[in-house]
Design a protein around this ligand. Structure first.
Ligand SMILES: *[C@@H]1O[C@H](CO)[C@@H](O)[C@H](O)[C@H]1NC(C)=O
Ligand SMILES: *[C@@H]1O[C@H](CO)[C@@H](O)[C@H](O)[C@H]1NC(C)=O
Ligand SMILES: *[C@@H]1O[C@H](CO)[C@@H](O)[C@H](O)[C@H]1NC(C)=O
Length: 247
């Protein structure tokens, strides 16, 4: 009996190792017939907060982390009125998300979610030329931004791809839109080293942070969407459509 159990365990392990495995162990399937399927999905998403930070979901596979999420490079060029490069951005706090609304339409293979991000801390390097009020801001250096109560709307759409006799789940690029609320910036070395001008420049930005936020929003959304899509597809890489939502 003992021996047989050991064999069974070994077979399970081998199956996992050989890629017969289904979803990452932390992700449990919801029932497509469940009238509360939205709640079931939200519960799974709520459960994976620590996994978002570690990039591990129960198997030995390492996925990208979303907290912090790293954005290697963001370039924005709108001519003389605004141009900026951001590099090595690290964004902390996504795992503090609060799901406000989640709706799935399994027939249409779509999931929409509205999420509040109470607190995000961004740091990295910047290089910037911009006009704000009557000031011409220019500088290169370290950047920190604290964002409070950012809203995110996510629209996910998936399909199946036939691979080796299986219908595997694939996600289209996630449509992600952000709405910033409060923000506090600090751009070190603004005006390349003049401390008085640095303070004046940062005060000008923080008095009306949406001038700068509006300029970076789209690049920020695109970068985050790419990370979210990459993680989702890497988590579901070997998952069959009927395993994602079971009968
Ligand atoms: C951003 O980087 C590009 C390419 O490296 C460069 O041409 C451009 O001048 C940079 N812009 C700023 C504002 O530093
Ligand atoms: C998701 O949002 C899109 C665009 O607003 C809408 O067309 C679609 O019906 C929504 N789907 C669900 C499941 O709520
Ligand atoms: C952001 O928040 C951290 C932690 O509360 C604080 O140390 C830092 O000074 C804040 N940065 C800005 C630019 O307000």
């Amino acid at each position: 009996m003992q021996q047989r159990l050991k064999y069974a365990a070994l077979l399970v392990l081998l199956n996992v190792g050989l890629g017969y495995a289904v979803m990452e162990p932390v992700l449990t399937a919801c029932k497509r017939s469940d009238p509360n399927v939205d709640k079931c999905i939200a519960a799974v998403v709520n459960r994976i907060r620590p996994n978002i930070m570690s990039g591990r979901y129960g198997s030995d596979k390492q996925h990208i982390t979303l907290d912090p999420v790293m954005i290697e490079r963001m370039r924005i060029d709108r001519g003389p009125s605004f141009s900026a490069n951001f590099t090595d951005l690290s964004i902390k706090g996504i795992s503090g998300f609060d799901i406000k609304k989640l709706r799935a339409n399994i027939g249409e293979k779509r999931i929409n979610a509205s999420v509040l991000l109470p607190r995000l801390e961004v740091d990295g390097k910047y290089s910037l030329n911009m006009n704000i009020l009557v000031l011409r801001l220019t500088g290169t250096g370290d950047l920190t931004v604290n964002l409070t109560d950012t809203k995110a709307i996510l629209r996910l759409e998936y399909f199946s791809e036939r691979v080796g006799g299986k219908d595997l789940v694939r996600f289209r690029p996630i449509d992600l839109k952000l709405k910033f609320d409060k923000a506090r910036f600090y751009l070190k070395n603004l005006f390349n080293g003049d401390p008085t001008l640095e303070r004046v420049g940062n005060d000008a930005i923080n008095e009306n942070p949406h001038v700068l936020l509006d300029e970076v929003k789209q690049a920020f959304e695109e970068s985050l969407s790419a990370k979210f899509t990459a993680l989702t597809n890497s988590l579901m890489k070997d998952t069959e459509l009927q395993e994602m939502f079971v009968e």
